[in-house]
Design a protein around this ligand. Structure first.
Ligand code: PAF
Length: 280
């Protein structure tokens, strides 16, 4: 496995565009990332994994400085998972000057849910992913459904800019108790970790009650927020949306269909997100 730190070295290793499968990450890898790498390897193309903690997608009060940087261990894990090239640029390589040109995603998709609570987040993500796509020039890029809204934003960006890249989704990897794997789970204390699954349970309950079709969605969402808050969480949102564009169903809409229930909530100092696709 080759480890490169510059775009020039990456291009030298992969001179023909459109010949690799790509998994972008911010490092501190867990089994969810490694499942993405294994899925990428299934395409029979060289697999490139980027490791870059992208300052642009963190607000000033967020965890950019303390985000764990574990390059050596990440590379050991990637080698075992079948990665061929690790692209680990430093900040100067990716942002040699302040990044004043940015990719502004459609507010209808990017200013809701995560974007409402993390303003500018998807501009930061879209900008770095566009830059990584230009550096890596992959044929396929893989994104986990754990970051459902991110997957949709990147898919739409790729379509609208006519990028010659297939965006492939990967199912969310979960721990034995069902908790969605996330680098931020490492911030949880043992007591918090034992309770972290409550967010998924709240989402399942909301999905089930939505499917019952008895009460208005707005009421169900308010009740879900209240119930999670009563358990000591600080929820940002718990909501049911359409899978293809994250729009809200109106009360008159037919509930039969393909939905996703999404949530974000803080347990102590740690903000967790999760989502579950379902059919009603
Ligand atoms: O999902 C992530 O880890 C990041 O948002 C990504 C896609 C690597 C961009 O920094």
């Amino acid at each position: 496995m080759l480890i490169v730190h510059t775009i020039a070295a990456l291009r030298a290793a992969l001179p023909v565009p459109g010949t690799c499968a790509f998994v972008p990450t911010m490092g501190n890898l867990h089994d969810g990332h490694l499942a993405l790498v294994r899925q990428a390897a299934g395409h029979g193309l060289p697999v490139v994994v980027s490791i870059f903690v992208n300052r642009l997608q963190f607000a000033p009060h967020e965890d950019f400085e303390r985000y764990p940087r574990t390059l050596e261990r990440d590379c050991e894990l990637l080698q075992l998972a079948g990665c061929n090239i690790v692209f680990a640029p430093d900040e100067h390589e990716l942002y040699p000057e302040p990044q004043t040109f940015k990719v502004l995603p459609d507010p209808a998709l990017a200013d809701i849910l995560e974007g409402r609570f993390r303003p500018g987040f998807f501009t930061g993500v879209s900008t770095v992913v566009m830059k990584l796509f230009n550096a890596v020039q992959p044929r396929i890029a893989l994104f986990g459904k754990k970051d459902y809204q991110q997957l949709l934003v990147i898919r739409r960006m790729t379509q609208q800019f006519a990028l010659p890249i297939v965006i492939e989704a990967a199912e969310t990897s979960r721990a034995d108790d069902g908790l969605a794997l996330s680098s931020r789970n490492g911030y949880l204390s043992a007591a918090e970790r034992a309770r972290a699954i409550e967010l998924s349970w709240a989402l399942r309950t909301l999905a089930g009650r939505f499917g019952d079709g008895v009460a208005p969605l707005e009421l169900l969402e308010a009740q879900a927020l209240e119930a999670l808050a009563a358990q000591g969480w600080q929820p940002d949102y718990l909501t049911v949306r359409r899978q293809d564009d994250l729009s809200s169903p109106s009360d008159d809409d037919e509930r039969e269909g393909s939905w996703v229930v999404l949530g974000a909530a803080r347990l102590g100092a740690t903000r967790l997100i999760d989502n579950i696709e379902f059919k009603a």
